[in-house]
Design a protein around this ligand. Structure first.
Ligand code: THU
Length: 151
């Protein structure tokens, strides 16, 4: 099957909300600061309130300071909706045939959406996986005791 046909078939499996989210991830990817890898990644997250937040990767000359698109989108969502923010759907887009969330981003995604759906490009198709499938045995920690106010 021709590449364009496969892409069209993949888009048929998605509903209008998914296509909207992928479109927003695509637009966010255009904002990426990726002079080193040239991989421009965008992420769009839909939270339980229905709002959508965007992120793109931001690289640094000191490579390890680079921040991934997915985490930047999640942090933007928490900044607006607070610590109870819950992820429903996540779309990732990049100027590459394949990109799935890195291990570090999976751990952060799972923190805010154990049942979230994640849509990402794979060989001209769109792969849809749950966070449980992407990271079945994530690290968990019980919340700590409430902090005493420091004077
Ligand atoms: N990157 C992301 O933004 N998300 C991922 O899940 C994988 C990697 C970025 C980080 C870096 O700027 C570039 O892609 C190459 O690793």
């Amino acid at each position: 099957m021709a590449r364009r046909d496969r892409r069209a078939e993949a888009l048929d499996r998605l509903d209008a909300k998914d296509i909207e989210l992928i479109g927003k991830a695509r637009r966010a990817s255009a904002q990426a600061y990726a002079p080193y890898s040239k991989l421009k990644v965008g992420a769009a997250v839909r939270t339980s309130t229905g709002r959508i937040f965007l992120g793109c990767n931001v690289e640094n000359a000191s490579y390890s300071l680079t921040s991934c698109a997915e985490r930047n989108a999640i942090f933007a969502a928490v900044a607006e909706e607070g610590p109870s923010m819950q992820l429903e759907d996540v779309a990732i887009f990049a100027n590459a045939e394949r990109v799935s969330p890195c291990g570090a981003c999976r751990q952060v995604l799972a923190e805010f959406g154990a049942n979230a759906r994640v849509l990402f490009p794979e060989a001209r198709d769109i792969q849809i996986m749950t966070m449980e499938q992407l990271l079945p045995t994530r690290f968990k920690l019980a919340p700590g005791p409430s902090a005493e106010r420091q004077s």
